[in-house]
Design a protein around this ligand. Structure first.
Ligand SMILES: [Zn+2]
Length: 104
């Protein structure tokens, strides 16, 4: 039934632009699949294909309750490596390397 709520929101956003971004007030909101990355202890984890409503003006993302629940369940599962679709290499940078050395 919570999924049904999402459909209603999508219809509002698509047909009469009744959905309004809580962040910037824009009505230019569309349904999309997004991805996000976050730290799980010392592991960086990426989740993709997350259904969301995205504001085209400020890029704020909105997730419905059912989606948030699934994300919490995934987090609770601990992201076992054997369930990952794939792995990616992630470049790591240090803020310090961009600083101009003192004395130069
Ligand atoms: Zn916005």
């Amino acid at each position: 039934m919570e999924v049904k709520t999402v459909v209603e929101v999508e219809i509002e956003a698509g047909e009469d632009a009744a959905a309004r971004c809580e962040n910037c007030g824009s009505t230019r909101i569309h349904a999309a699949r997004v991805r996000t990355a976050f730290w799980d202890d010392d592991r960086l984890v990426v989740i993709e294909d997350i259904p969301a409503l995205v504001c085209e003006t400020c890029h704020e993302r909105y997730f419905d309750d059912a989606t948030v629940t699934v994300l919490d369940l995934m987090r609770g599962d601990g992201f076992p490596a054997e369930r990952a679709r794939r792995e990616i290499n992630v470049p790591v940078f240090s803020f310090d390397d961009r600083l101009v050395p003192r004395g130069s």
